[in-house]
Design a protein around this ligand. Structure first.
Ligand SMILES: Nc1ncnc2c1ncn2[C@@H]1O[C@H](COP(=O)(O)OP(=O)(O)OP(=O)(O)O)[C@@H](O)[C@H]1O
Length: 383
């Protein structure tokens, strides 16, 4: 077991217009699992490849067990990597694939196969030692790949979208397996995924956007209090209400709304409200508290609920989630209000292009290598 830390890493690919990583930092404690999420192209795989030693970063440190391993090749970093595609050796049978790492480490053939069987049992593939890997299903192949990664018996396991090529059911069974493996072996894990549900398997998640860490916290906390508008957009389902915070109150086209003390301080700020925390009132209720007049643009059913998209009287887009069956048709006018008007709302600094106070206005030149957003554990809100 070991700890893994990536510290203030910058990376620019040759000929790229912009850096893929801009001062990204992630720390994974011994036996802990951290997931990395972010939009496509945000630098997730680059971060993992730098940690694995498959890519040399432009600057920054990678520490395994507190030791700087920047100059060490992957095989000397006490870690192992598993990718989306299993990349099994087709000339070896199942046990031969899993025995590969112990063989490489110097174990004899019989001992290595014994070790392989142990890990095959762990991934529920007992009795399949002699099977041809090409004859296995995609899910079974990925189990072999996991057993092979575990059989290397390295301190840390780096997973790059490990289950994304599997269908929903197989993915769920791999998630269960990962939970079992963690209970049995407690490996230190850094996992890149674009699946926000999968990310919740980890104790905490890092949200990487444009090569910067916007937030590092448990996923439930990230949903509750996204650190930036960009994080909220990645999660989806938030309505953004622009305005200004003064003395703990958000002033906006909706009126005056109290904000949570830990959020944005005075200045231009966006309230991030979950769409299920909003409801529609008929226009007759105008003036009954904070809210905004809006016109329905479209409705989109999702399971037993319907997402209603509206345009507010200030031209802002809004989304409200209601039970299916509500009589809400395109063109109809309503007043959008908060379900609980007294609850403090979550406000973040308004850093959107064109806002009154862009948070990135003071962004350093790229080559100063200073992170703009705090990547610390449980950080909320931009630095
Ligand atoms: N070999 C390369 N040469 C040049 N640019 C690259 C290279 N690999 C990645 N990039 C660029 O670096 C940025 C980050 O890419 P990366 O693959 O790390 O993102 P990602 O978050 O893993 O994306 P995805 O979720 O789509 O896999 C992207 O803009 C990508 O186009």
């Amino acid at each position: 077991m070991s700890t893994l830390e990536v510290r203030d890493v910058w990376h620019r690919y040759p000929d790229a217009d912009a850096p893929a990583l801009r001062g990204a930092s992630v720390a994974v404690a011994d036996g802990e699992m951290v997931s990395v999420v972010g939009p496509s192209g945000s630098g997730k795989s680059t971060l993992l490849r730098v940690a694995a030693g498959l890519l040399r970063s432009t600057s920054g440190e990678v520490l395994v067990d507190g030791r700087d391993v920047a100059d060490q090749p992957t095989e000397r970093r006490d870690l192992t990597v598993m990718f989306q595609h299993p990349l099994l050796f087709e000339h070896l049978d199942v046990a031969g694939n899993v025995a590969f790492a112990p063989r490489l480490a110097g174990s004899g053939r019989r001992e290595a196969r014994r070790c392989a069987r142990r890990y095959l049992r762990l991934v529920h593939l007992e009795g399949m030692d002699s099977r041809d890997v090409a004859s296995l299903s995609g899910g079974q192949q990925q189990r072999v790949a996991l057993a092979r990664a575990l059989a290397a018996e390295r301190g840390a396991l780096l997973l790059d979208e490990p289950f994304s090529s599997l269908d929903r059911e197989l993915r769920a069974s791999m998630h269960d397996l990962l939970v079992e493996v963690r209970a049995a072996l407690a490996p230190t894990i850094l996992m890149v995924t674009h699946d926000l549900d999968e990310a919740t398997l980890a104790e905490s998640s890092v949200v990487l956007i444009d090569g910067r860490v916007h937030q590092h916290a448990p996923m439930t906390e990230i949903y509750r209090r996204p650190a930036t508008v960009a994080v909220a957009r990645l999660l989806g389902g938030f309505t953004e209400i622009a305005g200004t915070v003064r003395d703990g109150v958000h002033h906006c086209a909706w009126g005056r709304l109290p904000v949570a003390a830990e959020g944005a301080g005075d200045g231009a700020a966006v309230l991030l409200v979950r769409r299920e925390a909003l409801r529609l009132e008929v226009d007759a209720d105008l003036g009954a508290g904070p809210g905004i007049g809006a016109r329905v643009v479209r409705r989109r059913p999702i399971g037993t609920r319907v997402v209603v998209s509206l345009v507010g009287d200030d031209d802002s887009p809004l989304e409200v989630e209601l039970p299916v069956g509500e009589d809400v048709r395109p063109g109809a006018r309503f007043r959008v209000v908060l379900s609980d008007r007294r609850a403090p709302q979550w406000a973040v600094r308004d850093e959107r292009p064109g806002s009154a106070a862009p948070a990135l206005a003071g962004e350093p030149e790229e080559d100063t290598r200073r992170p703009v957003v705090d990547g610390g554990r449980s950080s909320v809100g931009p630095a």
